[in-house]
Ligand binder design. Sequence first.
Ligand code: SF4
Length: 354
Amino acid sequence: MKLLNTNSKVDPLKIKIIWNITKICAWDCEFCCVDAYHVSKTKNEICIKSKGLTMANRIPINGSTGQQYEIAKNFLVSQKMEIGLIDKLQILNNINLNSNIDFSGGDPLLLQENLAVIEKAAQKFGKENISLTATGIGFSLIDVDAVASLVGGVDFTYDFPKSENVPFRPNGYNHSNLSKVMKLASKGVSVTAQIPLSEKNISEDIIEKIFQDLHSAGVRKILLMRIFPVGRGSDMKFNYPSIKDYLTAIEKYKSLQSKYGFPVVNIQTGLKKTIELGNTSNEIYDSSHLNINQLGILSKSPWAFDKYGEPIPEFVIGDMKHNSLSDLLGITLKKDLNIMQNLRFLSNKAASFL
Ligand code: SF4
């Protein structure tokens, strides 16, 4: 699930972080950039798929109580594939610089304990600096009023207008996201539709339908994104749009914005950089955000993952469970100035904290 906070005001004094607080997900998208753990339930067992969906761990239910995602989490914590609430709270405590956090996943709303972390983050940094990226299944599990009081914005994905034969996603994924997220919008939460652009959704008629669906639902913001060939998408044979395709798609979205007024179109940093360089290379992971993964590892980009969703080693900064953000960034700056200079956040005054 991606993962960009598009709702905060630009504040040059803030570190922007995408925290993939869990990799547990109810969906199994083909090109999932974090290679999320797919959790499903039958009458007798819970099945957790990992390693590119090739490995299945089956947990007999045997009358055990509790919700399927909680049971899956307990198993994954025992396997050191996820961390528990105490570690998550320690990480939050270790975020000791003025920060803006987008909680993402997986689906962060599948686990009740993540709401406790989000609540404490909102107390620490202010609701306006906390956002959430989740899916329709997570949105359907929450107390809408409670979540609306904790976050300044919510992002969701809507990248195909039909329910059937959806490219790269399970059928029903987009419509579930859109229908459920609007419950939060009705409580005044700013919602943004993320649209990763692929060869399958950049024709004029598909763009028109996507835009109309979002406009009719009352969505006010769109984020156009590029797809990075990372996570489960690493091995996919994928025809990426050309620079000209991206520009044509952006122009089409902007013309629809001019015609209908909203949603307003924004462009992801990685896509902007791709166009600016005129290079669709797979090696460009530019982002305005740092990343914390489901184990608490801080890295320099929310896109630099290998095929199993592990952070690419040269992007890893350190372990947020045992170190403060200021210490990790201070050490990294001394060792690794060249790479860090490529990160947009260093061009702001956040570095002056270090
Ligand atoms: S919904 Fe997001 S996190 Fe879940 S499998 Fe799809 S891309 Fe991955």
